[in-house]
Design a protein around this ligand. Structure first.
Ligand SMILES: [Zn+2]
Ligand SMILES: [Zn+2]
Length: 171
């Protein structure tokens, strides 16, 4: 979704997030489960205020063992959007960083909301999903799921009368 900078008025415009097409696929599959919206309002002739909130469930796979995992994903943000160039006009502004609002410097006439949401998603999503902090993953040698099996690397079962059982279990 793109909005035209000049068309925003001082009346708050709110859009509900129904689609998750903006969500980066490599982070997992997002399902919206709670309040998810974006609002925009004119602040000054040169600045807009952009706020938003997203709550959903993120579905992905554990980075260590590969089983499917679900995690809550919830974030809120507030940005200042300006079409002025990124430069400090006077010295005073450097000396008083009064707030830590993120400022988006708009280069064209349109603000791409999806792009803002996407960046937010990268910031807020887990770097890698885990089924648990103590997940032991998969043994690179024998492929054993170390959470439920023990590593077979150091044991040679091939001559054991139970080798056939191992093959059946692995099916
Ligand atoms: Zn795991
Ligand atoms: Zn192993």
């Amino acid at each position: 979704m793109k909005i035209t900078f000049d068309k925003i008025t001082d009346k708050t415009e709110r859009y509900d997030l129904t689609s998750v097409a903006w969500f980066p696929k490599e982070l997992g599959d997002l399902v919206i489960t709670g309040p998810s919206w974006v609002s925009v309002v004119r602040h000054t002739p040169e600045t807009l205020s952009l706020k938003g909130e997203c709550s959903g469930r993120l579905h992905g796979i554990c980075a260590r063992c590969g089983i499917e995992v679900d995690e809550c994903l919830q974030f809120a943000f507030e940005h200042l959007v300006t079409n002025q160039k990124e430069e400090v006009q006077d010295v005073q502004e450097i000396e008083c960083p009064e707030d830590d609002l993120n400022t988006i410097y708009l280069l064209g006439p349109e603000l791409d909301i999806d792009e803002v949401l996407r960046e937010q998603a990268y910031l807020e999503s887990p770097v890698r999903m885990l089924c648990g902090e103590d997940c032991r993953g998969i043994c690179p040698g024998c492929g054993a799921q170390l959470n439920s099996e023990s590593c077979r690397c150091s044991v040679d079962y091939s001559d054991s009368p139970f080798a056939i059982l191992g093959k059946i279990n692995n099916k």
